[in-house]
Design a protein around this ligand. Structure first.
Ligand code: CA
Ligand code: CA
Ligand code: CA
Length: 367
């Protein structure tokens, strides 16, 4: 009997020894939406965990958040890594506290609970990605200048963008717009459109079309995607310049009536492999690039970056001052002096306004 009692006491002591560090010494950390946003910006989390329901998740969630409803969490812990830094959130902060405690009780060591939930996040104006039944409907109800955040998933539709909006996918590999081989997938007919973080695929074949069709698009239609092909089928009289084409292969020039520069500057192509012999930021060899662009930029287009070295700084101001007072029609507006390249706002004269634009963008850098 004496031996039995000793063993029991020993096992109780052992149980206490292990219970203390796990149950009492570890806790989760509360963070505000602002703190969570900044930590996400610094890539401090391995995982963002949404513990609401599927329908709540579909109506808007943080980028790349994993969904495990709090009611399923205890039985799905094997989907998570106990050493990961995990941000947990819900609608207003109640369910995420419960979920954070469940995780801590199961040995998770780096749990951050977002106070106020996605409600506080939205109040701060941070983006949420929405599972739209139709991207086109989202565009139709948007206003000029709006940003539309599209949740991951495959969207089978043909999209017409007829206003200046930003269309932002949740994840480049997982946010797919698929034209089902039936016409053009995305047809842009408005300037100042941004399309980013999408895979755009399967244009054409049943109805003629392409993955992306740019029509009457001028200026800063920044397109960054690994899997876009550009086709300007039957689009005529477009002027396409100061765009950044990342990993885009040969453009199709439609019927040859499209112009890929403004007379002195073209577009940035990440695959341009020529060289800039006179160091003015415009490529001088392997022209026209892609069969279309006579003046490929040496770095991605930034407003005010006259010498195209990917930063707006004092050099750009000096270049503008050196051309001060010149105007369209002057000798040297184009070759040999290219004063036109210093006319940042393209109003035909290099004056104080251009310098103000550069100062306004001073310090901007391509990342
Ligand atoms: Ca050059
Ligand atoms: Ca510069
Ligand atoms: Ca000007």
């Amino acid at each position: 009997m004496g031996t039995m009692r000793t063993a029991s006491i020993l096992s109780i002591l052992l149980a206490l020894f292990y219970a203390v560090p796990q149950g009492l010494m570890t806790s989760y950390t509360n963070v505000t939406a602002l703190e969570a946003y900044n930590m996400l910006g610094s890539n401090m989390f391995n995982l963002v965990l949404d513990v609401r329901t599927q329908s709540e998740y579909n109506s808007g969630h943080l980028r790349n958040a994993k969904l495990i409803p709090v009611s399923e969490l205890a039985s799905r812990l094997d989907e998570l890594n106990p050493t990961d830094e995990i941000l947990v959130y819900c609608h207003a902060g109640s369910r995420s506290s419960t979920a954070s405690q469940i995780l801590v009780d199961n040995g998770f060591q780096n749990i951050y609970n977002m106070l106020g939930g996605i409600t506080a996040w939205i109040v701060e104006g941070y983006p949420v990605f929405i599972k739209y039944p139709s991207i086109q409907e989202a565009i139709n109800t948007a206003s000029q200048g709006d940003a539309i955040y599209v949740a991951s998933g495959t969207h089978y539709e043909n999209v017409l963008i007829n206003k200046s909006i930003s269309l932002i996918g949740e994840n480049k590999e997982l946010t797919i717009i698929d034209g089902n081989r039936n016409g053009t997938v995305i047809h842009v007919i408005s300037p100042n459109v941004t399309i980013t973080e999408f895979t755009i695929q399967n244009g054409g074949s049943l109805l003629p079309g392409s993955s992306l069709w740019l029509e009457n698009v001028v200026h800063s239609n920044t397109i960054s995607n690994d899997s876009i092909d550009i086709w300007l089928n039957s689009a005529q009289n477009n002027t396409i310049y100061h765009n950044n084409f990342l990993d885009v292969q040969q453009p199709d020039n439609g019927y040859g009536s499209n112009i890929w520069d403004n007379g002195c500057e073209g577009n940035y192509w990440s695959n341009y492999n020529g060289s800039d012999i006179d160091s003015d930021g415009i490529g001088d060899t392997n022209l026209p690039w892609g069969g279309v662009d006579q003046y490929p930029l040496m770095s991605p287009f930034l407003f005010g970056d006259i010498n195209h070295d990917a930063i707006v700084d004092i050099t750009d101001i000096i270049l503008s001052i050196n051309a001060f007072g010149t105007a369209s029609g002057d000798f040297g507006w184009y070759e040999p002096h290219w004063f036109a390249r210093k006319d940042v706002n393209e109003d035909g004269v290099v004056d104080i306004t251009d310098i103000w634009v550069i100062i306004d963008h001073y310090g901007d850098e391509w990342q």
